[in-house]
Design a protein around this ligand. Structure first.
Ligand code: HPA
Length: 253
């Protein structure tokens, strides 16, 4: 089936190590980013880019498997091109996922955190260049958050809720920076998601976002951080995400 005939209702963006999500989908069509004009492609291992159209609980979804990051040198506008592309396909809701470090001692690595809000510490935005004074009082839909929280409870999935801080990267933080982030009210830290959420709200999409907490942030335990650890934890947590999304989409029908 050609993806051009498909009308997805949900868009889903997969973070580092969460590519296994698409193995659990009923796949309808796949489009490599390379075949689409204006979509930048990542060179980072674990971020190979393609859109996968599929079905979850009878609902058509489009999954962006692989995203590009500011730290590769792209602009905020470039790294949000996949959000605009999915919006053009007609999605109404967008689920963003990422791998993040946890700085809240009650949020253990290996569990998920749903974003209640964010701190955009990247010093840029995809809305740069115009008088785009959009309201961000509720970036992450209260309605979707309530639905996901209910599903997590029913399915016995540990799902925290908290504030995600996005930094430019690509280096991980110093312990002093992690202490600063805690003072600012962050529960988790990463290098993605917030600019996509801002772009999506500017397009009036309903947004939910989830951090796979892959490691303690720098200095919390004193152990050094590694990309391999981040990818490994993501793999084992992907099946919980599938369950969460499947049940949330089912509840809507
Ligand atoms: N810091 C920033 N980004 C991350 C981390 C972290 O500890 N873990 C996964 N992505």
């Amino acid at each position: 089936m050609s993806w051009r005939e498909l009308k997805p209702e949900w868009g889903i963006v997969l973070g580092s190590g969460l590519g296994g999500f698409v193995d659990q989908l009923e796949v309808l069509a796949t489009v490599p980013y390379a075949e689409i004009d204006g979509l930048p492609q990542s060179k980072v291992p674990g971020h190979a880019g393609r859109f996968v159209f599929g079905r979850i609980a009878g609902t058509t979804v489009v999954v962006a498997a692989g995203r590009v990051h500011l730290y590769e040198g792209w602009t905020a506008k470039e790294i949000t091109a996949h959000v605009r592309w999915m919006d053009e396909r007609g999605i109404r809701r967008l689920v963003l996922t990422n791998a993040a470090g946890t700085l809240n001692r009650e949020f253990e690595p290996g569990t998920w955190m749903m974003l209640s809000d964010h701190l955009n510490l990247t010093h840029t935005t995809p809305l740069l260049g115009g008088a785009n004074f959009i309201d961000l009082t509720e970036v992450y839909s209260r309605d979707l958050r309530e639905r996901f929280a209910a599903v997590a409870l029913a399915e016995d999935i540990a799902l925290h809720e908290g504030v995600y801080a996005a930094l430019l990267g690509p280096q991980y933080e110093t312990p002093a920076e992690v202490r600063m982030l805690r003072t600012l009210g962050a529960d988790a830290v990463g290098m993605s998601t917030v600019l996509e959420a801002i772009q999506a709200r500017a397009l009036r999409l309903e947004v939910a976002a989830f951090s796979c907490l892959t490691n303690w942030a720098a200095g919390v335990t004193g152990a050094p951080l590694s990309h391999a650890e981040v990818m490994e934890t993501g793999k084992s947590a992907a099946s919980q995400l599938v369950r969460l999304l499947t049940c949330a989409i089912e509840r809507e029908r």
